[in-house]
Design a binder for this molecule. Structure first.
Ligand SMILES: NC(=O)C1=CN([C@@H]2O[C@H](COP(=O)(O)OP(=O)(O)OC[C@H]3O[C@@H](n4cnc5c(N)ncnc54)[C@H](O)[C@@H]3O)[C@@H](O)[C@H]2O)C=CC1
Ligand SMILES: O=C(O)[C@@H]1CCC=N1
Length: 271
């Protein structure tokens, strides 16, 4: 159980998922602080739903925290750090979940040597199933990485990567849930167009993904082997898979990753 007091700067979707995970894993609500810019309704919701501390002034929250989590949008980081840099100390750990923004950039904006660990979770954190990548950044020791691992292990799996790989894993795992949702949307639409009742289409295709995901939880099983078990020679699956191959599925997904990765690189340059 995490014992460190933590301030979340930015109380959006990602912060909420992490906070919910921490609280359901025994972290005390008195140890969690959060501030959100301008949107007071959002902060009131966080306070009411989770009982976390949202009232103290930001300088007091930071003074009482061991960990500061940066959870605003990348475009807002410069403005946020302009204010925060006067309060964040070098004995505190800064954890950033921001896509694209390097730890060197954060350090420069902070103007001190506070250790920085970057983490890239995804929205499945809300149900404890995030695939989070964690990378040591500027001034971070293995102990800092362990603290971040402990924090993110309450919302799913954690994988340590090098900071240089974060653009790629952001496109793969940060954005990843959206690719599967998009595929589900299209299958639902197609099944309805072909005459199936909407409710039946929705319920069937969702359970297909959930069941396939459950099968994949055994990491010793090769997805290609699972695919072969579904595919009878000359059968329906083979007929469907042929269409995926004819439409260059692998090349398309390669491109998906390249474009998402490039966008992460751009976010790092253009904020
Ligand atoms: N949504 C996702 O799937 C993932 C998002 N991320 C990263 O997490 C970060 C947050 O994303 P979301 O939670 O989806 O965004 P969001 O828009 O739901 O939340 C961001 C919040 O930060 C607040 N904010 C902006 N400037 C601030 C400031 N100076 N001080 C305090 N609060 C401030 C905004 O009012 C907003 O409520 C982004 O940097 C994103 O790259 C990382 C992994 C996955
Ligand atoms: O789309 C984005 O920029 C964020 C980062 C990963 C998932 N959502």
């Amino acid at each position: 159980m995490m014992k460190q007091a933590t301030t979340f700067i930015g109380a959006g979707h990602m912060a909420e998922a992490i906070i919910a995970g921490l609280l359901s894993n025994g972290c005390s609500k008195e140890q969690i602080f959060s501030k959100n810019r301008s949107n007071m309704e959002r902060l009131a919701y966080m306070k009411q739903t989770y009982g976390i501390c949202c009232d103290p002034p930001i300088e007091e929250m930071i003074a009482r925290s061991d960990i500061i989590v940066l959870a605003m949008k990348p475009k807002d980081v410069s403005g946020a750090l302009e204010t925060l840099k006067q309060y964040i100390r070098e004995d505190q750990l800064v954890i950033s979940v921001l896509a694209g923004i390097s730890s060197a950039d954060i350090s420069e904006k902070l103007g001190n040597k506070a250790p920085i660990v970057r983490a890239m979770p995804n929205t499945s954190a809300a149900v404890g199933e995030s695939a989070t990548s964690i990378a040591p950044g500027m001034y971070a020791t293995t102990e800092h990485v362990s603290i971040a691992e402990e924090m993110f292990s309450v919302i799913g799996t954690t994988t340590i990567v090098e900071e240089k790989d974060l653009h790629l894993v952001t496109g793969l795992a940060g954005s990843g849930p959206a690719y599967f949702y998009r595929i589900i949307e299209s299958f639902e639409q197609a099944a309805v167009s072909l005459g199936l009742d909407k409710r039946a289409a929705r319920s069937l295709i969702r359970q297909v993904l959930i069941g396939a995901a459950e099968m994949l939880k055994d990491e010793t099983v090769d997805p290609a082997e699972l695919r072969r078990r579904v595919t009878s020679p000359g059968g329906t699956t083979a007929a469907g898979l042929e269409v995926l191959e004819a439409n260059h599925l692998s090349e398309m997904l390669y491109d998906v990753l390249v474009q998402a990765m490039k966008r992460s690189e751009e976010l790092g340059k253009s904020h």
